[in-house]
Design a protein around this ligand. Sequence first.
Ligand code: FES
Ligand code: MG
Length: 587
Amino acid sequence: SPGLDAEGADGGPRPAGGPLRSTEWYGGNDRNAYLHRAWMRRGLPDHAFDGRPCIAIANTASDLTPCNAHLDEVMQSVKQGVFEAGGIPFNLPVVSLGETTVRPTAMLWRNMAAMAIEEMLRANPVDAVVLLGGCDKTIPSLLMAAASADLPAVVVPGGPMLNGSFRGEPLGCGTDVWKLSEEVRAGALRQKTFLASESSMIRSRGHCNTMGTASTMGLLAEALGMSLPGLAGTPAPDSRLLQGAHLSGTLAVELATERRTPKQVMTAGSFRNAIVALTAIGGSTNAVVHLLAIAGRLGLDLTLDDFDRIGADVPLLVNLQPSGRYLMEDLFRAGGFLAVLDQVRDLLDPEALTVTGEPLVAYLDDQEIYDREVITLRESPLQERAGIAVLRGNLAPTGAIIKPAAASPHLLQHRGTAVVFDSVEDMRARIDDPDLEVDASSVLVLRGCGPRGYPGMPEVANLPLPRKLLEQGVRDMVRVCDGRMSGTAYGTVVLHVSPEAGVGGLLALVRDGDPIDLDVEQRLLHLDVPDDELALRSAPAAMTDALAEPDRGWELLYVNHVTQADRGADLDFLVGSSGSAVRRESH
Ligand code: FES
Ligand code: MG
């Protein structure tokens, strides 16, 4: 295979360009080499330590991350591929984050997972890593880690669940929970029926089957060039996922010997491709913070405005929930992600490489669409211009975002008066109050939900509508929040408002009744209150009292160092790369 000088006496691969990193541990015959080999043998023969590639499998399998629970089986297939190519695989269980249950929000722990994974890759005798992720934060944390360690890496996206169905209708993870629970609150659906749908939603192994964050980040890992082209989006129970895992293990051995690192794969052109892809698939707004954070680890100057600029002319081609109808299994059946990319091929960077060493566009020949209801042709898109819009104005001087594809067209230009909630708890306590002064034209403001303030920037921006308005048939309103929104959610939601209220953003000073202007076409988010009046205001205690004030542990480190959403909400000292070299020995 390419990159190998010659075969060893035992037929194992020998890397070009000198000994691999793991040889620093296993090479030679001194006391330390003895120590390093002896404990790692576990029945492996002598030649396992003769300089051949050692491949870590960073594995986020966990019973507490049900979306990733099947990754132990995927890991076994990766191992077979590594062995077949003459490398030695090592399962490396890493921090895993289950989106639906982890408190206060899985996002608080994304950076911790990324830091722990980075350091474990650096600390251990490995030459490359296969990254096994699925649920929302897992692929971002793995990519951030691999980028900072700059060890050769390939992602195996764990894949979506099969379609759920309930009473003959497809049931989409997340999206239908939001929808059905609002129907219950509106009195249009019986509680009993709602609960009966619960066991139908999560039908198989795999992550959420809507175009939520997990689906989005799996596909974007491929758009970035970090997985075997054609693999992302393969449903978790499909045997082709295991085949792809096997081949990814084989590829990891090649990556190690060729020393093809994430920095060589993920270039500015790769991020262009990821943003084009994000728009064409109608992907999750969470991808914005994740891509910004990954780029930060690579030293690339990706900004919020790049999303608006690059996404502006990209059409929406995929009819998937939450903005459309179908689910990930349908996308796979209809031709898959590469068939989508083929439609926007002219917008992609022709040079941007994948882990295979070939450019992404090289994989777009012969792609076909088998169901034009699910993947539309470029000539007949679901939306002409589907890019995420970046809004600015006094309410968001460094930016806020909105996904017009998931919003109501009649609200994209709107002036309304604010109804302000100082915390998630305040919102829950009052949103259904019959005396709440609110109508369909009000702008619901929820603050204190930013990276610093909550802490961790939870997915609460798609706050529920007041029950009395739901009962009147209202199904969408303008909402403004410094938090995030689930990738499975929808609505006219302005989110990621930066700077957040918790670090002194103007959002902290909004009062009930203040006029707020939203104009997506003009990219404007404006609080229409005179500056001299704002100068006299201060943030209310109801808001500041609810802000996080941790006194120890990860939360303390986090709140002191987290960057705002427009910078990816990474920790400031984790931006950049330490590389894989560790200066000192352990004995
Ligand atoms: Fe894991 Fe949705 S809860 S992907
Ligand atoms: Mg989520």
